[in-house]
Design a protein around this ligand. Structure first.
Ligand code: PEP
Length: 251
């Protein structure tokens, strides 16, 4: 049975007082939610410690949004996997489309980051997805396959055993245009088949999350699809009540 995961990506939002409010609303619910789904929150790095403390012992998975490609040294502004691990981070997004687009993150850099995370036993949440132009040009599968294969070919099945994949069509991120359950399911099945080309057992175990304007209204139908094992939620994860309802949509 694959693990069900709902991860909230706060991006560059939040503050200490926001975390106080958010955790006072969500903390009492987390234990119950954790019976049905692994709940992960990825705040900006400066707030990881505060969020971790606020949810300490609750079962919440602490997630980072990014990690350095190198292990230590003269890399001003970077945060290493060892540092994330040191403060209890269990998950880390890699290859989010905003990083690929705004910070020119290449597949090679993504592979280097995944290597750092594997080394420190942090679960990589590998984000893949096509732009609207790529989908319109019938290139969606080609693009997603290339993003996946870059990572799949760089590591062994054992190294990738805990990896999570998030399918996030770029055209659905932050736009309010959720992929239809049919489009999402078709791409999730495709992603699983690409993983299966490397290892059938890895494909069977690998949680594949959908991300892109997930909302209270769209979550249940998306999560009801055969190959959708949860969600990566941006905007809606900043509202404690919505995020809780989204977690409750997972059966
Ligand atoms: C994201 O950035 O990972 C995301 C899915 O954002 P949103 O839910 O706001 O589209």
């Amino acid at each position: 049975m694959r693990q069900k995961i709902i991860a909230g990506n706060w991006k560059m939002n939040g503050s200490q007082s926001f975390i106080d409010d958010f955790s006072s609303q969500l903390q009492p619910e987390i234990e119950k939610l954790s019976e049905r789904v692994k709940v992960v929150l990825a705040p900006p790095a400066v707030y990881l410690q505060q969020l971790g403390d606020a949810f300490s012992g609750s079962g919440l998975g602490l997630g980072a949004q990014n990690v350095a490609q190198d292990d230590k040294g003269a890399f001003t502004g970077e945060i290493s996997a060892a540092m994330l691990s040191d403060i209890g981070v269990e998950y880390c997004l890699v290859g989010h489309s905003e990083r690929r687009t705004l910070y020119s993150e290449t597949d090679q850099m993504v592979v280097a980051k995944v290597a750092q995370l594997i080394e420190k036993k942090i679960i990589p949440v590998l984000c893949v997805g096509e732009t609207l132009a790529e989908r319109d040009a019938d290139q969606a599968e080609l693009v997603v396959r290339a993003q996946l294969e870059a990572v799949l070919s760089a590591f062994s099945d054992v190294e990738l055993a805990s990896m999570v994949i998030a399918y996030e069509p770029v055209w659905a991120i932050g736009t309010g245009k959720t992929a239809t359950p049919e489009i999402a399911q078709a791409m999730h099945a495709f992603i699983r088949s690409v993983v299966a080309d490397k290892s059938a057992s890895l494909a069977e175990r690998c949680a594949i999350l959908y991300g892109g304007s997930v909302s209270v209204a769209t979550a249940a139908e998306l999560f009801g699809q055969l190959d959708i094992d949860g969600g990566l939620v941006g905007g809606a994860s900043l509202k404690a009540d919505d995020f809780k309802k989204i977690c409750e949509s997972m059966d």
